[in-house]
Design a protein around this ligand. Structure first.
Ligand SMILES: *Cc1c(COP(=O)(O)O)cnc(C)c1O
Length: 409
């Protein structure tokens, strides 16, 4: 038997033992959708999460949503009313962000390999480009001058440090992301001289960290780096985007980030910041921390079989919707995501089973030798932490199974 990750708070069962999502029974939601598999996102949990963040963080710090975690249009429209900005990573996401109702001035676009048409769309819309290189800066300036527009430009800095304990390192050393810190002052001076509306710095050092002290330490280093750069430039950045990094507990033994501790430390860091940043605004950009726990993936058991003494629950879902839960999205060792039998939610485990998907590959495993209450053909399996990097970060075209349904409740 292998353990599974902790079921996130905020989920309960009705008197029949059926999992409730946003107050609705999981089986009713699946009926309403007309088919499984299905992602259900609970809007009340999104609201609660943003409120938790605001209660924990210094009031002056803005909250941006990194929409690559979940770009489902109804969820974006919902988040647009809750957060202060969206961070997008492609021209397609820019379009979705603009359609969500988020004002263009509160949208910023980071990501390597921006094509000219993406630069043009961003500048035309009045959104901010987080520049990833000097070459990209040149292209943005020449596109803006051709359009006769003043571009909003920030510089993404490749910091000289990374976020300790993070699942995905995005800063430190040679990286495709951002401009090496040493080259940033000259580039910013050039942007200002060219008449651009310089928006500040974007400094993102990593993702999926659970250790509040490590996040706080990275934020302190980030603020110090921003101050050094501002001093070298001789002008305060209007905005310092501190990145994010707050992760969620996916695996056995993981515990939630102590958001209050992160916020308290950030308050001290900002109170003690250098004079060069006195007039700057600050933001954090979060993806998974905001949306992962609000999502549940529901998949139905199609077959129950035994092989060499092991029980397999074969479902209609799989890695084509839940690549991360299958262990194939940036994890070294496959471990079990939080998983439950929706109709026996909270019941004691009765057997050890492997929950597999319907793809003809041994990679397609949603729960490996996991202890669960009994489930039979027709029952729903729930996989948690499904609100981030699920539907949009999985190869839905693989094996022709098609995408899962999505629903915001
Ligand atoms: C992916 C990404 C994020 C979001 O990361 P999460 O782990 O989902 O919070 C934030 N900023 C940038 C620049 C990113 O690339």
């Amino acid at each position: 038997m292998k353990p599974h990750g902790p079921i996130p708070p905020g989920y309960a069962a009705d008197e029949d033992g059926m999992l409730l999502i946003g107050g609705d029974r999981a089986d009713t939601l699946a009926d309403m959708a007309g088919d499984t598999p299905l992602f259900v996102y609970d809007s009340a949990l999104l609201t609660a999460r943003v409120a938790q963040w605001r209660a924990a963080m210094p009031a002056a710090v803005q909250l941006h949503y990194a929409m690559k975690a979940n770009p489902y249009a109804p969820l974006l429209a919902y988040m647009a009313r809750l957060v202060d900005g969206f961070d997008v990573a492609s021209g397609g996401e820019l379009k979705a962000a603009l359609a969500s109702g988020m004002p263009a001035g509160d949208i910023s676009f980071a990501g390597p390999g921006k094509r000219d048409r993406e630069l043009e769309a961003t500048i035309s819309a009045g959104a901010t480009l987080n520049l990833e290189s000097a070459g990209e800066a040149d292209r943005a300036l020449s596109i803006a001058s051709r359009l006769g527009l003043t571009p909003s430009l920030a510089v993404r800095v490749n910091p000289d440090f990374d976020l300790k304990g993070s699942g995905m390192k995005m800063g430190g050393g040679a990286k495709p992301f951002g401009v090496d810190a040493a080259e940033v002052p000259a580039l910013v001076r050039r942007l200002i001289a060219a008449g651009a509306d310089w928006q500040g710095f974007h400094i993102f050092a990593g993702s999926q960290a659970l250790d509040a002290a490590a996040i706080a330490d990275t934020q302190a280093q980030t603020v110090a780096l921003a101050a050094r750069l501002a001093e070298a430039i001789g002008q305060a950045p209007p905005l310092v985007n501190l990145g994010g990094g707050m992760g969620v507990p996916y695996f056995p033994g993981d515990t939630a980030v102590d958001a209050a501790a992160v916020g308290a430390a950030l308050g001290e860091t900002l109170a003690g910041r250098a004079a060069a940043l006195a007039g700057s605004r600050f933001a954090m950009e979060l993806g998974r921390w905001l949306v992962a726990e609000a999502g549940v993936y529901l998949t139905r058991v199609v077959d129950r079989k035994t092989s060499h003494g092991e029980t397999f629950l074969v479902t209609d879902g799989g890695l084509h919707h839940q690549l991360a839960a299958s262990g194939n999205f940036g994890t070294v060792i496959r471990r079990n995501y939080p998983i439950a039998v929706a109709g026996r939610f909270g019941d004691a485990a009765a057997e050890t089973v492997s929950v597999v998907g319907c793809l003809c590959t041994p990679l397609d495993r949603l729960g490996d030798q996991v202890a669960l209450p009994r489930a039979d053909v027709g029952d729903l399996i729930a996989i948690f932490q499904a609100g981030a990097y699920g539907a949009s970060a999985s190869p839905a075209a693989f094996l022709g199974q098609g995408p899962a349904g999505e629903m915001l409740v």
